[in-house]
Ligand binder design. Structure first.
Ligand SMILES: NC(=O)c1ccc[n+]([C@@H]2O[C@H](COP(=O)([O-])OP(=O)(O)OC[C@H]3O[C@@H](n4cnc5c(N)ncnc54)[C@H](OP(=O)(O)O)[C@@H]3O)[C@@H](O)[C@H]2O)c1
Length: 208
């Protein structure tokens, strides 16, 4: 039996609502936030994720096991690390070539960090786990029946990584846990299994 009771989702766009739908199929509660108030999100969520509960962004971590970050990286100046506090943050974001990033993000990337390591610097009290970034929202909506349903989990916090692996299993994936947050670089855009289905064996080799 899973220990996961509720997932917070920060970002109510394509990825955020797909994660909410996948969680609903697994019988797991979710709450979701965006730049809009809960009442402003009402009709959007009725259409795209009717089972989720809308909350304000500053309440996203209240009473959840993990918070999934699915806000475009260009908007991260407006996301407060205080919203997640000391909780577990699943960084499902990606850096796109032409995305105009906040200056602190670009500076840290230029120093050689992966994008999730930059986010871990920006959220210093939070346990950051990179996951779900390489899975498209279409794949989240259509779990595969064959073995090509591996999903990476990369973190420097073992307990947090195990918790996120549980979340991925509930969503219909085979979690493959890497040994560091930095290893998650192997799932960024342009890598072999980004938006491409992989077996656990294939993804394990990629993360080495
Ligand atoms: N789409 C995919 O298949 C997929 C899969 C895996 C990972 N990702 C990654 O997830 C991230 C989001 O992608 P997406 O396609 O879901 O984008 P999207 O459809 O444009 O949705 C972005 C969401 O972020 C919200 N947002 C923006 N600024 C915010 C803030 N300051 N506080 C709270 N919420 C904020 C937006 O709020 P409003 O609704 O109020 O505008 C919107 O709901 C990207 O980094 C992407 O690479 C995407």
């Amino acid at each position: 039996m899973s220990s996961i009771r509720k997932i917070g989702i920060l970002g109510a766009g394509r990825a955020g609502t797909a994660i909410a739908r996948a969680a609903a199929r697994a019988g797991v509660d979710t709450q979701i936030a965006s730049t809009r108030s809960p009442s402003q999100m009402k009709y959007h969520l009725l259409q795209y994720a009717p089972s989720t509960t809308a909350v304000y962004a500053h309440d996203i971590a209240a009473d959840v096991d993990v918070v999934v970050l699915v806000v475009p990286q260009e908007d991260l100046d407006d996301v407060s690390p205080d919203w997640v506090g000391e909780g577990i943050l699943v960084d499902a974001t990606n850096r796109w070539e032409d995305e105009p990033l906040p200056e602190w993000f670009t500076t840290a990337l230029n120093s050689g960090l992966s994008s999730s390591e930059v986010i871990a610097q920006q959220f210093p009290r939070t346990r950051v786990v990179k996951a779900l970034n390489h899975i498209s929202h279409w794949a989240m909506d259509t779990p595969r029946a064959d073995d090509a349903r591996a999903a990476a989990v990369a973190s420097d916090h073992d307990e947090a990584a195990q918790k996120v692996a549980e979340v991925l299993a509930l969503l219909g994936f085979d979690p493959v846990v890497a040994d560091s947050l930095a290893a998650g670089r192997q799932t960024e855009p342009g890598t072999t299994y980004f938006n491409v289905a992989a077996t656990s064996e294939q993804l394990t080799r990629q993360l080495l």
